[in-house]
Design a protein around this ligand. Structure first.
Ligand code: 4AD
Ligand code: MG
Length: 431
């Protein structure tokens, strides 16, 4: 008999089916063994009745413990009392492997679950998150390709830092020092002179020494770079990308959002409403008035301030025109105010923090050199980058979106670690 997935079998609604997967839950009595079977699509209650099966099958059924792998044949029918509305009456059981006692039981500490992450991936929660994550990646690729962007890759080994020396990972490279990429951006800025519209989804690395719920040391970074792209165009791309991601998840992952108990009413405005656009100065005023938070001009927004701001709206907030001193060396100086840059952050709703960092790029080679010196870098180390401003420089812009931050927000997770299968943080490098 051809194996069906649990979902396919439930769609069929009745009749004989063959299923395979893992024991998710089990309960036994003198006459019955109740097995909840799990596969990648769903779970289903399966009943093995002693009087209907061979004595070997009954003996095997009694030895089954959770996570044992099995193949089953039987008749499926609707049953309102069963966890997913259907029940399989088993006529044949083949045990593929009797599992050893599973090291995860109910209500275990987050640390235990992280130590056993390779096994915890099988939980309904992690499975639901990983499915949503897959939708998010698909939506990012679909979005950029539908807009005519080329997928372009930068090297992970880099000869310089790009997003600040304090979070850069050093690697010994045959006796030389190189750094793991914090962004693809610098090479991307060279590549747009050939391809004009490019994007990537790739790991970025940050030596984040802080223990926060938002920082990974290795995260997936969706970045875009485009020629002739104004600051306003860039904001449109960011907004459209986020809308497309949320739309895809709402369409494709209804069940997963339900498993995660995510209130989808909170996600619907993202697709329907225009995002809020504020300048840094406006944010300072709003936080002062509405939250009595006083921020000295020139200071970066801190987590508590971004969180407070996010609570005032039900859509993402695009905050632009930050002070030049808190932003990266490549951001374009505002033509009317040299103290601020044409850069923006997108702050997610519900206290999920910055999900996008973006800017128009500085074209003035002198200013780039000055900015580099200001952050203690030697412009000589950036010659290839400066060349992009020497041979037909054009206005261009780009942004980077932290995929795990977006997944954490869409899934309503407290901690970014659950937005990736095998999280890497200062304190965690295995499994
Ligand atoms: O704001 P960032 O540092 O910007 C850049 O790297 C630019 N070069 C991007 C570009 O213009 N091409 O990082 C971009 C985004 C942040 O908004 C955040 O969502 C995410 O990357 N991010 C992190 N996500 C998880 N863990 C970390 N440690 C992160 N650091 C940044
Ligand atoms: Mg940033």
């Amino acid at each position: 008999m051809k194996f069906l997935t649990i979902k396919e079998a439930m769609k069929k609604r009745r009749g004989k089916v063959a299923l395979r997967g893992w024991v998710y839950r089990e309960r036994k009595s003198n006459a019955y063994a109740f097995i909840i079977l799990r596969d990648h699509t769903d779970i289903i209650q399966c009943v093995i009745e002693k009087k209907n099966v061979s004595s070997k099958t009954w003996a095997d059924a009694n030895k089954l413990i959770i996570e044992s792998s099995i193949e089953l044949e039987g008749t499926i029918k609707e049953d309102k009392r069963a966890p997913t509305g259907y029940e399989l009456h088993v006529s044949k059981l083949d045990v593929v492997q009797f599992a050893e006692r599973f090291p995860i039981v109910k209500d275990q500490s987050p640390e235990h679950l992280l130590d056993n992450r390779h096994l915890w991936l099988r939980s309904r929660k992690m499975t639901a998150i990983l499915k949503i994550r897959s939708t998010v990646f698909g939506a990012i690729h679909d979005f950029f390709r539908s807009k005519g962007f080329y997928e372009f890759q930068s090297p992970v080994f880099q000869s310089t830092q790009s997003e600040g020396g304090s979070t850069v990972f050093e690697v010994d490279y045959f006796g030389d020092k190189v750094y793991l990429a914090q962004t693809w951006q610098l090479q991307a800025e060279a590549a747009i002179f050939a391809l004009e519209k490019i994007y990537t989804v790739a790991p970025s690395f940050r030596a984040e020494k802080s223990k926060t719920s938002r920082h990974l040391t290795e995260y997936w970074h969706a970045e875009m770079e485009k020629t002739w792209c104004s600051f306003e165009d860039l904001q449109e791309y960011a907004e459209e990308l986020i809308k497309n991601i949320v739309k895809a998840v709402l369409k494709e992952n209804k069940e997963e959002l339900k498993i995660l108990k995510r209130d989808t009413k909170k996600l619907e405005p993202i697709v329907q409403k225009k995002f809020v656009r504020l300048t840094y100065d406006e944010v300072l005023n709003i936080l002062k008035k509405k939250a009595k938070m006083k921020i000295d001009w020139g200071k970066d927004l801190r987590t508590i301030e971004e969180d407070k701001l996010s609570e005032l709206y039900n859509v993402p907030i695009i905050v632009s025109n930050y002070p030049k001193t808190v932003k990266a060396f490549y951001m374009k100086e505002h033509p009317k105010n040299p103290k601020v840059v044409l850069g923006f952050d997108v702050i997610a709703p519900e206290k999920h923090g910055e999900i996008i960092g973006a800017s128009e790029r500085e074209e003035d080679i002198k200013k780039i050199k000055e900015n580099l010196k200001c952050v203690g870098e030697n412009p000589k180390d950036y010659e290839f980058y400066l060349d992009t401003r020497r041979y037909g420089s054009v206005p261009h812009s780009g942004f980077g979106l932290g995929v795990e931050r977006v997944v954490a927000w869409i899934c309503g997770l407290d901690n970014i670690k659950d937005a990736i299968a095998f999280p890497r943080t200062m304190l965690r490098k295995s499994p």
